[in-house]
Design a binder for this molecule. Structure first.
Ligand code: NAI
Ligand code: MG
Length: 367
């Protein structure tokens, strides 16, 4: 049995609490003889600033590069609000993204039947929803040059952001989406605005060409990003994998998130280049360190445990184990177990550790 090397970076606030529940799940898979993990733990964010004066030590960065996958909790909090910008807790995450070359951000929007009432939409529109937004993460208008504010001769100011994409950047993100679709319902929708943007024209052209040459077995649809936003609210279940650029992906993934309920439920993956046969990858909940509830056993660990399920599927090739874990989460919710963030008014809520224990019990029950 292969040993999968994991670097666990719990971070700050509720990060260590939800990471603790992931450790329980990893231990269960090992005990059950389903997989073998070698897990190292290190500091990131404020915790690393307190210990080493930097948000990510060189040793931790080296360990991240040597791992098959990084599991990241959350960073930040009021304690480090005064730290200089370049050394703030978030810089630890940005360094990991940059040095691991994580250009593809995968944000699933899954609506568990037991939680369909929590959605912003009607139950029938979202019940059983399972889509993934693949967002380009390292290019586009957030990074393109020139990027500046200049003062004009007449005293006005003029701000410029530049959207830049190369065919290489578009091809690699589209390939991630097509590969992902093959492991799912084999359908990709690509969102851009070729009607008003040159980057949209190149995006559509490049995706179309790659599809014809290498992925003609996968269904492909092009959709204008603004129409896509409408479709996500009108009939989200029409999609399977949705691929788009950095800016549209930022917005569309937040729209999709609201279809599914609490921040405490949303996992994510960030994937990088393939090196020596493995793809660099970091898995993390979408939420932050939630200082308002930290240290009180109130955090919902499902976003973090769901991020582990993504690691099992996309980094370790343990598809069955991933299905098992997601099924255990579904059954735990169906049984009525709720942390406070997803409990309706007047409903009893359990704590972080109880939710983790309940999921492990469901794993055990299904064998
Ligand atoms: P947040 O995601 O930490 O919290 C927003 C709200 O959602 C809070 O009311 C929180 O209690 C709740 N919440 C979040 N996760 C939850 C969970 N698992 N279970 C139950 N409730 C949950 O975002 P916020 O408050 O804007 O930021 C707090 C800190 O986290 C800041 O320092 C921010 O910079 C940092 N942050 C870090 C991120 C990361 O590490 N990737 C991402 C977003 C924010
Ligand atoms: Mg956003």
């Amino acid at each position: 049995m292969a040993t999968h090397k994991i670097l666990l970076l719990p971070g700050d606030g509720i990060g260590p609490e939800v990471a603790g529940e992931v450790s329980k799940v990893l231990a269960w898979f090992t005990r059950a003889g389903i997989a073998r993990f070698e897990t190292e733990t290190d500091l990131v964010g404020g915790a690393a600033i307190d210990a080493h004066g930097v948000p990510l030590s060189e040793a931790a960065m080296d360990r991240a590069k040597a791992a098959d996958a990084v599991l990241f909790g959350a960073v930040g909090g009021p304690k480090w609000a005064g730290v200089p910008y370049a050394k703030r807790p978030e810089a630890g995450l940005l360094r990991l993204r940059k040095d691991l070359g994580l250009f593809a951000n995968l944000r699933p929007a899954i609506c568990y039947p037991a939680l369909a009432e929590a959605s912003a939409l009607k139950r029938e529109l979202v019940e059983g929803l399972d889509i993934v937004i693949v967002r380009e993460l390292t290019g586009g208008v957030y990074f393109g040059e020139p990027k500046e504010i200049v003062t004009l001769e007449d005293g006005q100011k003029r701000a410029v952001d530049t959207q830049v994409y190369t065919t290489g950047e578009i091809e690699r993100i589209a390939a991630v989406a097509f590969d992902l679709a093959r492991k799912r319902r084999n359908k990709v929708a690509s969102a851009e605005k070729h009607n008003v943007m040159k980057t949209g024209v190149l995006w559509k052209e490049t995706v179309t060409k790659l599809h014809a040459e290498q992925y003609s077995d996968v269904g492909l649809e092009h959709v204008l990003a603004d129409n896509c936003a409408m479709q996500l609210v009108r009939n989200p279940k029409q999609y399977d994998v949705l691929v788009t650029d950095n800016l549209f992906g930022d917005i569309l993934s937040d729209v999709a998130a609201m279809l599914t309920g609490s921040l405490g439920m949303l996992p994510s993956a960030s994937l990088g280049a393939i090196e020596n046969g493995t793809r660099r990858a970091l898995y993390e909940p979408v939420h932050g360190s939630a200082p308002d509830i930290a240290g009180q056993n109130l955090a919902n660990p499902i976003a973090m445990i769901g991020s582990l399920a993504m690691a099992l599927r996309y980094s370790f090739g343990l598809l069955e184990a991933a299905d098992q874990l997601e099924a255990a989460i579904t059954r735990t919710l169906a049984a009525g177990t709720r942390t406070r963030d997803i409990a309706g008014p007047g409903t009893n809520a359990v704590g972080t550790t109880e939710m983790g224990d309940a999921i492990v019990r469901e794993l055990q029950a299904q064998g």
